[in-house]
Design a protein around this ligand. Structure first.
Ligand code: FES
Length: 126
């Protein structure tokens, strides 16, 4: 198989239920990855243009499910299955789906999650 023009890294990290950050797998990322692969294959993009890979945590858990698009260097976030056809259409045209692209502020952990994590850490230390 040739090197593809783009690689999509779909975070499929899973954390235990109830953790403050949550995880992409708990939000359905494994199914998104499988459907994305299927759509890329159906559109004839999988072999030469785009490969959808799984990834461990991309450190934007609160905005997940998260997909990193490389080498373009942007992330999609809060992706739902109903967004995937639009994402694949965009890839076919070499365009981004702007409404799903994470902004710089999305890379900062929200304050409420940070505080809950700190509280959990303190409680564990006793
Ligand atoms: S669990 Fe997916 S970005 Fe962290």
């Amino acid at each position: 198989m040739p090197q593809r023009k783009r690689y999509l890294f779909v975070c499929v990290n899973r954390r235990p239920d109830g953790t403050p950050k949550g995880s992409c797998a708990a939000r359905g990322a494994e199914g998104l990855h499988a459907r994305l692969k299927q759509l890329l294959k159906e559109r004839g993009l999988a072999g030469t243009e785009v490969r959808a890979c799984t990834s461990s945590c991309l450190d934007t858990c609160w905005a997940g499910p998260t997909i990193a698009v490389e080498p373009d260097n942007y992330f999609y976030g809060r992706v739902k299955e109903t967004d995937l056809e639009e994402i694949v259409d965009g890839l076919a045209r070499g365009e981004r789906v702007e409404r799903l692209v994470l902004s710089p502020s999305d890379f900062e952990m929200p304050r409420d999650i940070r505080e809950r994590e700190q509280a959990e850490r303190k409680a564990k230390l006793g």
